[in-house]
Design a protein around this ligand. Structure first.
Ligand SMILES: Cc1cc2nc3c(=O)[nH]c(=O)nc-3n(C[C@H](O)[C@H](O)[C@H](O)COP(=O)(O)O)c2cc1C
Length: 189
């Protein structure tokens, strides 16, 4: 079984990634044969959707744009559970994450619902305000994709690593990992 996480933060070692690591560790503590992989959008080129509908017409599980999206999409198709890691920027996900969601969502929807019945989870890092809209944004992708939503964790922090002081957020991330493990087993064993 494989769990992947996509971090939308421009800071690969920031609070979002640190929360994802906590989720991964909680999964591994239950079963260390479950594979985990974190994918950073930082440093990747993810363009906006062109609304060309080529993914709808071609039905080849690909976007026609030659950037870094298709490789990540292919990993999502193979994964059993997908965690979206989203720092809050002005009350919502980052711009790059939004571009990512629009494009992978469109490809999956018109390629035989490629994410159908995969487990979906969300990890949010924020300084103070917002977060609910980020949950809505990612959940909407999960709903449209017919994914099974297992839960979320929100961690508070501004500078990288500050989230480690948010004991409630850390606990929620551990619980999320345990619940991902539990649901993976219910579905696959
Ligand atoms: C452009 C920008 C906008 C932000 N907007 C918000 C916001 O609306 N609400 C909030 O609580 N934090 C906001 N923050 C703070 C980040 O969410 C916070 O630093 C978070 O820990 C970043 O996660 P990271 O370390 O994974 O990058 C913003 C940060 C930046 C750079």
């Amino acid at each position: 079984m494989k769990v992947i996480a996509i971090s939308g933060s421009p800071r690969p070692r920031g609070n979002t990634s640190q929360l994802i690591e906590i989720v991964f560790n909680a999964i591994k503590e239950k079963d260390n044969t479950i594979e985990t992989e974190m994918i950073q959008l930082a440093g990747k080129i993810i363009n906006t959707c062109l609304s060309c509908y080529k993914c709808v017409k071609n039905k080849d599980n690909k976007c026609i744009q030659k950037d870094d999206l298709n490789a990540i999409y292919a990993k999502m198709v193979k994964a059993d559970a997908i965690i979206f890691g989203a720092p809050v920027y002005f009350g919502d996900v980052t711009g790059k994450m939004r571009c990512f969601i629009e494009r992978v969502g469109m490809i999956a929807m018109f390629n035989n619902k490629a994410f159908k019945r995969k487990i979906g989870a969300i990890v949010i890092a924020k300084r103070r305000q917002g977060g609910i809209q980020s949950l809505n944004t990612v959940n909407f992708l999960f709903y449209i994709s017919e994914m099974i939503i297992v839960g979320y964790a929100i961690g508070i922090g501004t500078t990288p690593g500050e989230v480690q002081n948010d004991s409630e957020g850390i606990n929620d991330a551990k619980t999320l990992g345990k619940n991902i493990f539990w649901l993976l087993n219910k579905i696959h064993n």
